[in-house]
Design a protein around this ligand. Structure first.
Ligand code: G3H
Ligand code: 13P
Ligand code: ZN
Length: 311
């Protein structure tokens, strides 16, 4: 089976009350950990590549790793550009075999966001590729872009119909209180997503797939493990999993997770070196790191996304 777009996945997810996991990939062990979990649980999958990942690992290497995963697992896998920052980056991924791209012009004024998104949609649709766009601004860090909590803003529901109809985008990322990275909420506060905003958006866009970025839950056992073995991560707090599960049962069809995989990998490798300070064969620490990623992804598929046995 070749790489697929997310069109059919989203239609089934919307109607079935579940979401597809979109996991960021940067190297072979991450691709393997994610896809092994999805294969065992028969889960459709989106693997996403950021601009930073392309700079780190090279487009062709990532493309070939994902193609290898398709061959090895036989899963329907969509290969997606995460946070495309320009028409040129999107074009390069479309020309280079991705089946889905995100154009993230959410920091630009409304009209400018529409203009650049529409240009990407025209190019992508002519080539059978789907497009995710974003309205509203998430706090946190992605590549070189850092958005402070004060500069973040919830999506305005009254803008979504015009945005979607004028751009022709296939899915829409919205801001309802999630944010990128491991420090999403102030310690001592109770995280609460704005389901009222999600509901208003969904009412205006019936049947339309909504995307949530910044949806790591920052498992406290992983943070504790990192700190136990020499790390220093104070007050790392993520999105409660029950709220993500609720979002997945509504119009949210794609949930983005990266930080939790980073935490799993780092916690495992820190522990390994603490326990085995004499060892230096990368396979010895990358193997358990890959298994830790697999375990996190399996947990998300069953307990957060609800997309197990949906292929
Ligand atoms: O949203 C950002 C993703 O976690 C990707 O992060 O830009 O550091 O690769 P990155
Ligand atoms: P997290 O940092 O919460 O994992 O979000 C990842 C993301 O949104 C990738 O686009
Ligand atoms: Zn994101």
């Amino acid at each position: 089976m070749p790489l697929v777009t997310s069109k059919e996945m989203f239609a089934k997810a919307y109607n079935g009350g579940y979401a597809i996991g979109a996991f960021n990939v940067n190297n072979m062990e991450i691709v393997q950990g994610i896809t092994e979990a999805a294969k065992e649980l028969e889960a459709p999958l989106i693997l996403q590549v950021s601009k930073g990942a392309r700079a780190y690992a090279n487009h062709t290497y990532l493309m070939k790793l994902v193609e290898a995963a398709v061959i090895e697992t036989g899963l329907p896998i969509c290969l997606h550009l995460d946070h495309g920052d320009s028409f040129e980056t999107c074009k390069s991924c479309i020309d280079g075999g991705f089946t889905s791209v995100m154009i993230d012009a959410s920091s630009k004024p409304f009209e400018e966001n529409i203009e650049i998104t529409r240009k990407v949609v025209e190019y992508a649709h002519d080539r059978g590729v789907v497009v995710e766009a974003e309205l509203g601004t998430l706090a946190g860090i992605e590549d070189e872009v850092k958005v402070s909590a004060e500069d973040s803003s919830y999506t305005k529901p009254e803008e979504v119909e015009e945005f979607v109809s004028r751009t022709g985008c296939d899915s829409l990322a919205i801001a309802i209180g999630t944010s990128h990275g491991a420090y999403k909420f102030k310690p001592g506060t109770k995280p609460q997503l704005r389901f009222d905003v999600l509901e208003e958006v969904s009412k205006r866009l019936p049947g339309f797939p909504i995307v949530l970025h910044g949806s790591s839950s920052v498992p406290q056992d992983l943070v504790a493990k990192i700190n136990k073995y020499g790390g220093a991560m104070p007050g790392a707090i993520g999105v409660p999993e029950d709220q993500l599960r609720h979002a997945a049962s509504l119009s949210v069809c794609k949930i983005n997770i990266d930080s939790d995989l980073r935490l799993a990998m780092t916690a495992t490798i820190r522990e390994f070196f603490y326990e085995h300070p004499d060892k230096f064969d990368p396979r010895e620490y990358l193997k358990p790191a890959r298994a830790a990623i697999k375990a996190v992804v399996a947990h998300k598929i069953v307990n957060v996304l609800g997309c197990d046995h949906k292929i």
